[in-house]
Write a protein that binds this ligand. Structure first.
Ligand code: COA
Ligand code: AMP
Length: 631
């Protein structure tokens, strides 16, 4: 048995011993009573009875142990032509100061704080400041519209919101404050106050008595100390797409999260404290939470906050410039970023201009890594390119090639094997394990390892219904795929209405809700059609109400704008087509899967239960008119 398999077996047969040892790498204020409290399944609690502070583990302890002068964070922003460096001591000072500002505004342990910020150092500073005082942050990605922000405000009920005057997307400046004001206006819950960072590109107007200037409140504050929290207390809520317009508020605890992420830096990413780790993502996504902010700092690495794109800021050499300039050892990003680079620099001419120095591994996640992109990245970079599979719910990798344990042979298209603590199985509809090589629903036998979601915010019932009831005793990942005879996992598709657009997880159900609300629409379906750059793109098919005589182009334009206004530009909803009817089974279920296959020009077999097969020809014709189903 190889090292990976040996450790894996131990993690499953002796979770108490395995994770108890891993927990020694974290500083505890009070040691746990039990490594795993399994008295109330499916609610498992890691390190119950333990107390710690995540911010202390990310900052203070490194300063106390002599890392104060080491770089903790590098802000690299090609869009503002800025590079700014923070040592651990400097970052600690700023975080304690901002934590003091939050306290002065009445924020305390257990209060929620929404953070709506672009990729600037103030985002991790605000997150860590919340962790420091035991407040629960909920970061909302900047590409979401006011309506999505309002939904999250209503659900999380924040005491305070932290935002900035603007974000910068390539060459576009996006004022954030009007979006924030509209969201607060729309939400039933009203925050007591907002702290706004004024960026030089745009000045936000502040509402007296509610809005405060970041700079002023920070300067006036008394630095706040770390507050002890229970290992099982929430560190953050991160909303992610489910099957409806109401996103799921994934909760992350403090103790299990700190243990799992610290373990992952050594064993999955093969990092040493002091090295530079770069996750080119956004703090609004789980990758940003775990691998821009928490894991690198927990482990004593230097992290990079990059405000730019893989291409266009200014060109496809952006990633190579950052790696070379800051001495990055490991890069983590989504395959779509590499597809974007490859499209503009297939021969790697830009890459040749840079010496990548200590760079030794590329990790990809967020969507399936297509073998073409993997091949290209390997050939160009000449380092291992590691696909690994995870979800917002788990917060860290479920399957990976753990470079810090042993490098297993790479199979293109597979994220390798289940990671320690994850008992991954593939089941059929009846809950029986399928033979190796057969497709099925991918599940994780409970308990899941530390770091995975203990529940959904304020909604234990939805947590159980969404993940735990389909197969009692197992967590439903929502992904379908298979395990091969070598034990490698192959993650092939989602089993629900979630699609993946440029590594961003989106709900087709949410888009359908927006389309249905248009007065001309009788019914609709949104599918995820294959896209060379973004992996998938949403395509809407709508049936109009009888008697609508408005111009069809006008209607489709309105529908596109409506999704952009209500969900946000990140939905990348640009294709919608009007069809006479939607294909359905006789029981009325819309055949989204079949339409997706048609759009992608894949072979399909119309289900025997279809009410009228002729509808599929109508759909094919309509999709052809917008450039799909062409082969
Ligand atoms: N704030 C405001 N708007 C944003 C935004 C933000 N933080 N992030 C994206 N948007 C906007 C974009 O400007 C774009 O708007 P447009 O329709 O006006 O052009 C839209 O949302 C879609 O964004 P995106 O899907 O990112 O497309 P893009 O064409 O701007 O860039 C890539 C394509 C591939 C370069 C880009 O998606 C990327 O770098 N991906 C990296 C992977 C990644 O970050 N994954 C996250 C999980 S690991
Ligand atoms: P998110 O919660 O946004 O991280 O999205 C999680 C989903 O993205 C997973 O459930 C998968 O559908 C998909 N995903 C993430 N990483 C991979 C991967 N390496 N291979 C295939 N699919 C992936």
């Amino acid at each position: 048995m190889g090292k990976h398999d040996e450790l894996y077996q131990r993690s499953l047969s002796d979770p108490h011993g395995f994770w108890g040892e891993a927990a020694e790498a974290v500083d505890w204020i009070r040691r746990w009573d039990t490594v795993l409290d399994d008295s109330n399944p499916p609610a498992y609690r890691w390190f119950a009875g333990g107390e710690l502070n995540t911010c202390y583990n990310c900052l203070d302890r490194h300063v106390e142990r002599g890392r104060g002068d080491q770089l903790a964070l590098i802000y690299d922003s090609p869009v503002t032509d800025t590079v700014k460096r923070f040592t651990y001591s400097q970052l600690l000072e700023q975080v304690a100061q901002f934590a003091g500002a939050l306290v002065a505004r009445g924020v305390g342990k257990g209060d929620r704080v929404i953070i709506y910020l672009p990729m600037i150092p103030e985002a991790p500073i605000a997150m860590l400041a919340c962790a420091r005082i035991g407040a629960i942050h909920s970061v909302v990605f900047g590409g979401f519209a006011a309506n999505e922000l309002a939904t999250r405000i209503n659900d999380a009920q924040p005491k305070l919101i932290v935002s900035a005057s603007c974000g910068i997307e390539g060459k576009k400046i996006i004022p954030y404050k009007p979006l924030l004001d509209a969201a607060i206006e729309q939400a039933q819950h009203k925050p007591e106050s907002c702290i706004i960072l004024q960026r030089p590109q745009v000045e936000a107007s502040l509402q007296a008595g509610r809005d405060y200037d970041w700079q002023t409140v920070s300067e006036q504050a008394t630095p706040a100390d770390c507050v002890p929290v229970a290992a099982t207390d929430p560190l953050y809520i991160l909303y992610t797409s489910g099957t409806t317009g109401q996103p799921k508020g994934v909760v992350r605890d403090n103790g299990g999260h700190a243990v799992a992420l610290t373990w992952s830096m050594r064993h999955i990413y093969n990092m040493e404290p002091g090295e530079v780790y770069w996750a080119a993502s956004d703090v609004g996504w789980v990758v940003g939470h775990s691998y821009i902010v928490y894991a690198p700092l927990l482990y004593g690495c230097t992290t990079i906050v990059y405000e730019g794109k893989p291409v266009g800021t200014p060109d496809p050499s952006a990633f190579w410039r950052v790696i070379s300039q800051h001495g990055v050892s490991t890069l983590f990003t989504a395959p779509t970023a590499f597809r974007a680079i490859k499209k503009e620099d297939a021969k790697g001419d830009y890459l040749k201009q840079y010496d990548l120095g200590p760079f030794r591994a590329l990790f990809l996640a967020g969507e399936r890594s297509d073998p073409d992109t993997l091949n290209w990245a390997e050939t160009m970079l000449k380092v291992p390119v590691i696909d690994h599979w995870w979800q917002t719910e788990t917060g860290w990798a479920i399957a990976a090639n753990c470079l810090g344990i042993e490098q297993l042979p790479i199979k293109h298209g597979s994220p390798t094997k289940a990671v320690m603590g994850y008992d991954v199985q593939v089941l059929d509809e009846s809950g029986k394990e399928v033979p190796r090589g057969d497709m099925g629903n991918i599940v994780i036998k409970l308990p899941m390892p530390p770091g995975c979601l203990p529940t959904l915010w304020g909604n234990d019932e939805r947590f159980r219904n969404a993940y735990m009831t389909t197969y009692p005793g197992y967590y439903l990942t929502g992904d379908a795929g298979y395990q091969d005879t070598d034990g490698y996992l192959w993650i092939m598709s989602r089993i629900d209405d979630v699609i993946n657009v440029a590594g961003h997880r989106l709900s087709t159900g949410a888009m359908e809700e927006v389309l249905s609300s248009h007065q001309a629409v009788a019914e609709c379906a949104v599918i995820g059609a294959a896209d060379q750059l973004k992996g998938q793109l949403p395509v809407g098919l709508v049936v109009l109400k009888a008697g609508i005589d408005k111009d069809k182009d006008e209607i489709t334009k309105e529908l596109i704008q409506q999704v952009r206004n209500q969900i946000g530009p990140v939905a990348a909803f640009k294709h919608v087509v009007i069809v006479p009817r939607l294909p359905k089974t006789r029981s009325g279920k819309v055949l989204r899967g079949t339409m997706q296959k048609i759009a992608d020009s894949e072979d399909y077999r119309a289900p025997a239960t279809i009410d009228d097969p002729a509808i599929l020809d109508e759909v094919t014709e309509a999709l052809q008119s917008i450039g799909y189903a062409t082969k």
